[in-house]
Design a protein around this ligand. Sequence first.
Ligand code: MG
Length: 267
Amino acid sequence: MADQEKVITVKSPEEIQLMFEANQIVAGVLELLRTRIRPGLTTLKLDGWAEEYCRDHKGVPAFKGYRGFPGSLCVSINEQVVHGIPSKKVVLCEGDIISIDFGVKLNGFFGDAAVTLPVGKVSPKNETLMRVTRESLGHAIDKVRVGNRVSDISRAVQTHVEKHGFSVVRQFVGHGIGTDLHESPEIPNYVQKSKSSPRILEGMVLAIEPMVNAGTYKVKVLKDNWTVVTADRKPSAHFEHSVAATSNGPVVLSVLADRENEVFLHS
Ligand code: MG
């Protein structure tokens, strides 16, 4: 196909192993932050811890400098959907929900994952928003099977989210991942009826990332040109895993292998 957008790379088992190693650093960062997040911390402090852990494990923070992004960690609070910039002026408060998204480059390959976590005790509605978003990612991962289409992933997210009265963001989508942070195919979290959808092939690695809003699906980008917020300023949650399609089904690369990856259980 002539269209560069349509070129989807598949990875060998050796390449998937390298991607697993990059994603283990991502998972380690998210788990570390889970244990440290509390009211009173600045989001810049979280960024520092994330970068330090990453470099200690020989990884390179993938977001830092990406199209000029100033931080290592994307940190998005409450009505912020994604791409929030770490700041010493932003202090975590009891009741906030905080989405942390981290990317790593290691040995030429990228890893990418995200979770939304509570700061102290949060409202029942926000608890539900986080749970439904996390569950929708689980349903999506189950569709990463050779022969399915990307639209099966999209449908799994959208169906679960809308059943609970929430909405899925349209303007931002998941993506293939490999030697580039963002590869084809795009992975929308909603079904695009007018478009044909690629088949999932053995060796494809997909960063699936439902962004789920409590209110309208519409979003805006703030004047900093990065921070995405909900148009109605209602809260939003975001979960992401990097997942390989194998002959044995989906393999989640961004779950810690050496112990219980609590960040995805307790968020
Ligand atoms: Mg991503």
